[in-house]
Structure formats: structure tokens, C-alpha cells
Design a protein around this ligand. Sequence first.
Ligand code: PLP
Length: 389
Amino acid sequence: MMKAKNFENRWGNSIQSNYGNPTLTLVRGKGSILVSDEGKKYLDFLGGIATSVLGHAHPGVVEAVTKQISQLSHVSNFYMHPNVIELAEKLQQLTGAKEAKTFFCNSGAEANEAALKLSRKTNRTRIVATEGAFHGRTMGALSLTGQPSKRGSFEPLLPGISHVPFGDLGAISQAVTKQTAMVIVEPILGEAGVVVPPVGYLRGIREVCDSTGTLMVVDCVQTGMGRTGMWFGFEGEGIVPDVITLAKGLGGGLPLGAMIAIGKAANLFQAGDHGSTFGGNPVCCASALAVIHEIEEKNLLEQVLKHSELLKRSIPLIAGVQEVRGAGLLLGVVLKKKSAHAVKSILENSGVLVNAPTENVIRIAPPINVSNAHIRKFIGTFELAMKEI
Ligand SMILES: *Cc1c(COP(=O)(O)O)cnc(C)c1O
């Protein structure tokens, strides 16, 4: 019956080829489990690319979204809605900054676009970003993205942006001058294969930005919302950025992005400078509020750290694994051989979903409320997959 639905052909004939051709169709989920159109169950250790922080069909999210959509789903930003204000205040509180003001949008690329435009309000135009970084695919965000393979076909991109090696503080201080509007950096490179910078890297960038009057933008799209065991991926460095961008986990599976500008940066945008029709949509904000509530209520940050430790302790013992890097539940399993794509396929056949951002790295980013039993099941299945390879 399912084959008759012929999803692969229909996708190929009706959807742009930019994603290649997926082979698996998912129709339902509950917690960390996904169910395919053929009724096969999968343990979700990719989390919709580090996005479904509370897993699938979380009761708190379902209730908040259902209640809101049955009352009012959209108002535009010509009008206020209590949810958007409540969420902005909550984010303010989570940053711990005295002054923090949020612009809401619908994706990570848009959050970084907003940061880019905000930086132009400093009357400077130069930008420093890092090699390997991923900041999104729209033309502005792509100009920030430091991956030649993604940029190649779309040049010329925005001028004035230089990319320096990630993790190299000396390169940052050489590149940043008093003409630099902003530096943008990920606390951990997500798409490039979960690459962790040396301790003190973000603190160093903070100092460079302070001495040149440059905005420090930290792209927490992937490393925010508890993913690393902290609300924001930079907290371990004890810094406060000028701008934080969020998306992925923020909406708990619904599209929501945010650009939080702090301190002096909070008031750079004036009326008319930027906008988004859907940004701060009451339904997406209701979902985000439910996500934050659940993370606080269930002490999920603590649980993330415990599960992270277990994975970091167990996985490196498996033959063929070089190391496990990353933080919290954003981990890159570095393999000794370039077999990540094959391992990913074996895992999928065994009912576990992950992805392979590079030839030798498996990224794992399960829901942050994943159970201990599912963590153990993942470790066991991973061990078997490595034996099969
Ligand atoms: C995914 C991602 C983005 C882009 O987010 P979209 O919602 O796909 O536009 C930007 N920055 C980082 C760090 C990301 O991981």
C-alpha cells in the first residue's frame, strides 16, 4: 500500500532538487521516537537537525499551540500580542543582561540577516566571520557563511566580509579594526562537524570587540535553547555578546527565530528599519514559551549534562571511534575512517536517525529531554553499527 503512494517519485517530480532525494518518509512522532509511513519506528538522534528540543508531540507544546491557534493565529506587527511580549521578557531574563531587546523572525538565516542589518546602523560596513561557519542560506546570511561549497554558485555576495580560521584568536585580532561593524561566530561549529574552539576563544573575541567598538554577534541558532547544557552556547566563557541569534530549538519544532540585541546595541534599530510579517507569531511564541517552561520545570539543562557525560564516556570505547567532541547534546562522533555516511545508513536500517556532516563525523543532537534508556539504546546500536562497518 505504501509503495503505491510512491513518495520518492512524487517528491522528485514536484520539489526542487536542492535537498537531493530523501528516501525516508516520516508521518508521526512521540518523544524521541519517529514513525515512518511504513510503520517502522526510529530513535531520533538528529532531532530535526538540533531543532526538536522536546522531541515530538510534546504534551506541553501541543496544549499551548492548540489553545493559541484556536484563539488567534496571526496579528502582524501592527498590533501587539501578549505572547510575543512574554517571550521577549523571558529571553531578556535568560540573557541576564540589564537591557536586551528582541526582534522575532522565522528562521536562523533571518535572525542573522537582522544582525547584519543591525550592524550597518553602527555606520560601519566591514564584517569578520569564520571559515567553516554556517549562518544560513539567504544572500546576506550566505555572505557570512564560511563554506565555499555553499557559496560558490552564488557569488558575488556582500562585499566587505572576511573569513578567518575558526578558533584562531590571533587571526581575529589581526582582522578586526575600528572599521569593523561586527564579528559573527558560532560557539561550536555545528554544520562543519561539531568543531569546538579552544577555551578562551569567545572571551578573546569579546576583548577585541570591546577595544575596537565592534559588535560581537554570537550565532546560537544551533547551540541555544539548552542544547549544550546551557541556555546559550557561549555561557561557559562568561561573556555577554552584543547580539545573540536564535532559531532551531526556540520554537520547539515550529518556525521561530530571534535576534536579541543587548546594551547599546539594543536601541540601534529605529522604526521602519526592519520587519517580518510572521515574526513573533502568537502560535510560535506560545510554543517557545512552553519549551522554556518545560526546560526550567524539569531541570533539563542538568539532565543534558548528565547524558552528555555518559555519551562522552561510552562512545570513545567503541572500536573505530577516534573521539567524541562537542558540548551537551550536540556531539560529533569522530570516526577513525571516512565511513560516516556508511555508518549513518547502517544506523538508519537499525532504526536510529543521525546525520553525517562530514566524511568522518556523525552528529548526534537528540531531543534534550531524551530518556536515559534511549541514550543507552543509542550507544548499543552504535556499537553494533561500528562492528558491521
Ligand atoms: C541552522 C543554522 C542556521 C540557519 O538556520 P535556518 O533556520 O536554516 O535559516 C544559522 N546558523 C546556525 C549556527 C545554524 O546551525
